[in-house]
Design a protein around this ligand. Structure first.
Ligand SMILES: C[S@@+](CC[C@H](N)C(=O)[O-])C[C@H]1O[C@@H](n2cnc3c(N)ncnc32)[C@H](O)[C@@H]1O
Length: 280
């Protein structure tokens, strides 16, 4: 068989496997970026000791714990507190003063992973005196990771990075005031969860969250193909109030999407956008 035929056959098998996942578990990965999906499926195949995607598909259908492992691979949950501290500094210095003009704000963290982004923002809102007049929604489609987000317990060894990020992000307090620690983990203070509602939400298949002032969707769109990016951006556009803000990840942008003209750029480097007040 030529290399081309092999590649073609692999693509067919992968498509069938993604179809099986959709049919059996309702997760739709068909419009995720091709290279990303391929890499993850190839890795899982190698690690599982199976030789074909057709074998793997059978295992996925009949063995839910095995599917959950693959779900972890495909969903990529890498995150940290105050990730890209310069971004949070910009939020503090530029966005917060604008948001303070509202008597109440609604914030949506879409694709919140294990919650670090949400708690970073909770700290920021608290330090800026905005916590009491905010409601925060934190969603992810991966229910296993969402449980971790609700718990707010993180390994002790990441705290050095988180503390340094907090300081670079303009933190005004002492980071250690926000958690208690045992010999392995830190447990974030319950108060940081006060205004946060965690819930399962799939950006591919679920609907709008109404009247948001601010949406964070950082490091999620990068895994979607252009068609799916546009579909999800429409969801965000419909969920934002006119003049509401959208924050993307450092490698993401509205450039080359259908939404470049419907948002103003607030901050190019930090990927902060504002929904135009009136549709043009
Ligand atoms: C790399 S993490 C980003 C976490 C955080 N936003 C950050 O920037 O640190 C990507 C997250 O998006 C979630 N995700 C991927 N596809 C999704 C979908 N269709 N609906 C909701 N969440 C999704 C994954 O489960 C994962 O937790």
């Amino acid at each position: 068989m030529t290399d081309n035929t092999l590649e073609e056959n692999e693509t067919i098998e992968m498509k069938l496997l993604l179809e099986a996942i959709h049919l059996k578990y309702g997760y739709n990965f068909k419009d995720y970026a091709n290279a990303h999906t391929k890499r993850r499926l190839r890795n899982r195949l190698k690690m599982s000791g199976m030789t074909t995607y057709t074998d793997m598909m059978r295992r996925i259908i009949y063995d839910e714990p095995f599917f959950n492992e693959l779900l972890m691979d495909l969903s990529i949950n890498v995150t940290e507190m105050f990730r890209d501290p310069w971004f949070y500094l910009k939020v503090r210095e530029e966005l917060i003063p604008r948001l303070k003009t509202y008597s109440f704000i609604k914030v949506w963290h879409a694709g919140c992973s294990a919650g670090q982004e949400v708690y970073s923002m909770s700290i920021l809102l608290e330090e800026e005196g905005m916590k009491k007049r905010s409601q925060v929604y934190a969603t992810d489609f991966n229910e296993l990771i969402l449980e971790k987000a609700k718990a707010g317990i993180y390994p002790l060894d990441v705290m050095k990075t988180y503390t340094s990020n907090y300081q670079k992000a303009g933190g005004t307090g002492d980071f250690s005031d926000y958690y208690t620690a045992d010999d392995k983990n830190v447990i974030l203070k319950r108060g940081l969860r006060e205004k946060v509602l965690f819930s399962s939400h799939n950006l591919v298949t679920d609907g709008v969250f109404g009247e948001m002032h601010l949406i964070f969707c950082r490091n999620v769109l990068i895994y979607f193909n252009r068609k799916l990016q546009n579909q999800v951006l429409q969801l965000f556009y419909d969920s934002l109030i006119p003049g509401g803000y959208l924050c993307l990840g450092s490698k993401e942008s509205l450039k080359f999407t259908d939404f470049t003209d419907r948002f103003d750029v607030v901050s190019k480097k930090e990927k902060i956008y504002r929904k135009k007040l009136m549709a043009e």
